[in-house]
Design a protein around this ligand. Sequence first.
Ligand code: UD1
Length: 337
Amino acid sequence: MKRILVTGGLGFIGSHTVVELQNEGFEVVIIDDLSNSKIEVLDNIEKITGIKPDFYQLDLRSKQNVQHFFNENTIDGIIHFAAFKAVGESVQKPLDYYENNIGSLVYLLQEMRDRNIDNFIFSSSCTVYGQADELPITENAPIKPAASPYGNTKQIGEEIIKDSCTAHNMNAISLRYFNPIGAHDSIKIGELPLGVPQNLIPYVTQTAAGIREQLSIFGDDYETPDGTAVRDYIHVVDLAKAHISALQRLLDKKNKQNFEFFNVGTGKGSSVLEIVNSFEKVTNQKLNYKIVARRAGDVTAAYADTTIANQELHWKTEKSLDDALLSAWKWQESQKG
Ligand code: UD1
């Protein structure tokens, strides 16, 4: 049985990926510092799969911690989610973002080098493309200057991994996520935003639940069919499964280069208004919203060309936008009291 380290394994995408890894017969050990997650997620994973993953509450910003972990554990592959992810906060606290997102990555790669551990999957983002010149966005689209320190950590992270793969004969895949949403079918795990949500879907569900008074739609003067910005919203379970496919590709030595990167989206763009309308339809809820000014740093439209990911990872999305929105709502409802 292959033993896989999942850093940030109690977070939104991490927890869903742990479930899929266990479903596929992998043994999982999680590292999470609980800075943006809850320990209950560990029990909820066990409720879904019947297996409690090994767990280390550990801060990866300490090289000593990382060394200590690898002294105690034999690992066949790493899926690295642990990172800060709030775009606005990263502008206020760039050094925290560089320390956490880059420092931890370097320590993990050093241990991999020193202990001959291979097979690394990195959480990247479509933010590396900025406003792409052509849509849908292929993997060949140029990397644009990052609009935030957060985005920069993803770009720099990919560079660091690429250089490490070349120098140390390691193999890695970077997955460039579009917009992950939704919750597990069991409604036992989902997104747990801290404080006021920055992302659209948790803001929508919290507004429908009465926790937020009104959704602000950031701009209706974009060059899109209805004027609101367009994104590629992917169900988190589909996204989680892409990690299993990528890991399997590395374990089977089917990768064509030491360092590869793939777009993980649905290939379909939806505007903010389309999301609002679909949400109202599938959940039978009325959403209170208003149009406000654009949010700084937002691009007009981003959706993936998934051809290469579909072919190379033998992976495709199985769930619809409506599935994702309904599960997000059920998850929100489950959080009451
Ligand atoms: C953002 C980041 C992305 C990051 C992702 C994960 C940018 C440009 N992109 O994606 O790098 O990986 O978060 O956290 O910052 N919207 C509203 N009202 C709201 C919230 C959002 O209208 O209250 C709109 C936004 O303007 C955008 C869309 O909804 O058009 C999606 O926003 P969001 O969920 O924050 O994701 P991104 O900005 O695409």
